[in-house]
Write a protein that binds this ligand. Structure first.
Ligand code: FES
Length: 155
């Protein structure tokens, strides 16, 4: 008979991936076509551009039980909408800093750039992120106490 904590440990890890349609989704597809071995934890959501990502989509994923969230888009200067990934980069950087204040480890979120031809790079990115999330274990999410958040220092 397993205890409640054993059941928590055995829970399947879930990673949400928001991938830009034009580059990273293509990269993931290329990796699949080339039969590169990939972790199976990732649930991919195809988006038109990383500039379309609202940071709340990432927070909501974590609140609703994702153990990790990966955002991936076109390389800087390759965005099909010119500057979407530049907007995204700014938002993602701010979000990463705020996550601990919301009770989430910032390592549970990562953003990266992968082009459609970079199937092997996609494989490395997703494998590395999946290993990180497995090391962190299931997302304690909202069950974390406020005490575990870093102290706020304005100066
Ligand atoms: S179209 Fe890919 S990041 Fe903008």
């Amino acid at each position: 008979m397993s205890s409640k904590s054993d059941a928590k440990q055995e829970r399947e890890i879930k990673i949400v991936g928001f991938l830009c349609n034009w580059c990273s989704y293509g990269g993931a597809d290329t990796a699949g076509v080339c039969r590169f071995r990939q972790p199976t934890d990732l649930r991919i959501i195809r988006i038109p551009c990383t500039g379309r990502i609202d940071p709340l989509m990432i927070v909501k994923s974590l609140i609703q039980g994702a153990d990790g969230v990966l955002v991936s888009g076109c390389h800087p200067n390759d965005c099909h909408y010119a500057v979407g990934n530049f907007y995204a980069r700014r938002r993602m950087e701010v979000l990463k800093r705020f996550l601990p204040y919301m009770g989430f480890q910032s390592d549970r979120f990562r953003y990266t750039w992968v082009s459609a031809s970079e199937g092997q790079i996609w494989q490395q990115v997703v494998t590395d992120f999946s290993e990180t999330i497995h090391r962190l274990g299931p997302n304690p999410g909202l069950h974390q106490t406020v005490d575990s958040a870093p102290a706020v220092s304005w100066f």
